[in-house]
Design a protein around this ligand. Structure first.
Ligand code: PLP
Length: 371
């Protein structure tokens, strides 16, 4: 039985009527740019996450770029970021005029650690990009005081963590509540996916929110008047309509992913060559990826693919070893935990519509490989 890594068609089949109607509404009104769907989506996501303001933009990458631009960095300014993440995290730092300073991760959650951040701070550090990787949050309650002590901004890259929560002093916290700004991506494969590119910034800082709103509109609050030089980074009304139609299902989809993760945890428990992902006990995970660490990873991957089972390596080459960042001077050995992850991680299918039979197929194929 083939098991795709992700099956967006299976999701569409369950929501076809709602999304098609929402799209048709936009087409009938012909208001494609900054239509009423934009503020509606911004307030819906802000209330979902409990953060004051949402500012929609063209992609998760732009959602990182705009707040980094708002730091008004000068050459030599540094931004600390994990090396084990999607490229956009560091590309945005460079494109905003900063120098990425890559740090290592926790071997069990794959998230950036407070210790690594603290050790990387210099007089030139301006900000920290905290990536909440694979669907669970980093230790924000420890990172926020470090940032406050050194006067640094925190940009939380929440592209993979919409709906994730972390308990801090008995209170559930979401991305955006403990940092300066959090960013979301609605890339089609994310837990809440549009039908193209889309992103959002979330912040409780009203002044920053207004500035981010201008930066996405060529730097002007009033049409044809420009306070500064910004970008064309609007979100399409059509994408906002798709997202508004899908949003009521997000909780259910994330819960289904959680059940799938439990199924894997039980099924894979007896295979010593496989290390299942660890959930930090303070976290509620939304399982954007289910990423195991496996012995003989490349052979296992070939075996699964031969059986028609989708799987992928996130991420095969960490950012500190990317050719485009060679000038920063990192070498193999610079970030050992990240480099060990690179050679052992494998992400398995975890999407909401997976059937029990499909989950068992994946577990069975892994067991067969190691038996
Ligand atoms: C997807 C992703 C982004 C970029 O989002 P886009 O919408 O594709 O531009 C940034 N950071 C992380 C961690 C991501 O997973």
């Amino acid at each position: 039985m083939p098991v795709p890594l992700l099956d967006l068609k299976a999701q569409y089949d369950t929501i076809r009527g709602e999304v098609d109607a929402a799209i048709r509404d936009v087409i009938e009104r012909q208001a494609f740019i900054m239509g009423p769907e934009i503020p509606a989506l911004e307030s819906a996501i802000a209330s979902l996450t409990g953060v004051g303001r949402g500012i929609a933009c063209a992609s998760g990458t732009d959602a990182l770029l705009l707040p980094l631009r708002a730091l008004d960095m000068v050459p030599g300014d540094e931004v600390i970021a994990p090396a084990f993440t999607f490229f956009a995290t560091a590309g945005a730092i460079h494109n905003a005029g900063g120098t990425p300073v890559f740090v290592d991760i926790d071997p069990t959650t794959f998230n950036i650690t407070p210790e690594a951040i603290e050790a990387a701070i210099t007089p030139r550090t301006r900000a920290i990009v905290v990536v909440h990787l694979f669907g669970q949050m980093a230790a924000m309650e420890q990172i926020a005081p470090i940032a406050a002590k050194h006067g640094l901004a925190i940009i939380e890259d929440g592209a993979q963590s919409i709906g994730a929560r972390r308990q801090v002093d008995g209170v559930w916290r979401t991305p955006g509540q403990l940092g300066t700004v959090a960013t979301l991506s609605f890339f089609p494969t994310k837990n809440l996916g549009a039908w193209g590119d889309a992103g959002m910034m979330l912040t409780d800082d009203e002044v920053l929110a207004d500035r981010l709103g201008r930066l996405r509109l060529h730097g002007g609050a009033k049409q044809y008047h420009h306070d500064e030089i910004g970008y064309n980074s609007r979100l399409d009304s059509l994408q906002a309509a798709v997202l508004l139609a899908k949003l009521p299902h997000l909780d259910r989809w994330n819960a289904a992913r959680r059940q799938n993760a439990e199924h894997y945890e039980q099924g894979l428990a007896g295979i010593p060559a496989v290390c299942v992902p660890r959930v930090d006990p303070a976290n509620e995970h939304i399982w954007h990826q289910y990423t195991i660490r496996a012995e003989r990873r490349d052979e296992l991957m070939a075996h699964l693919k031969g059986r028609g089972i989708g799987c992928a390596i996130y991420y095969p080459l960490p950012l500190h070893l990317q050719p485009c960042f060679a000038h920063l001077g990192y070498t193999t050995g610079s970030l050992p935990v990240t480099e060990a992850a690179m050679t052992s991680v494998l992400s398995l299918p975890i999407f909401s519509e997976l059937t029990t039979a499909q989950l068992d197929e994946v577990v069975g194929a892994i067991g067969e490989f190691y038996s």
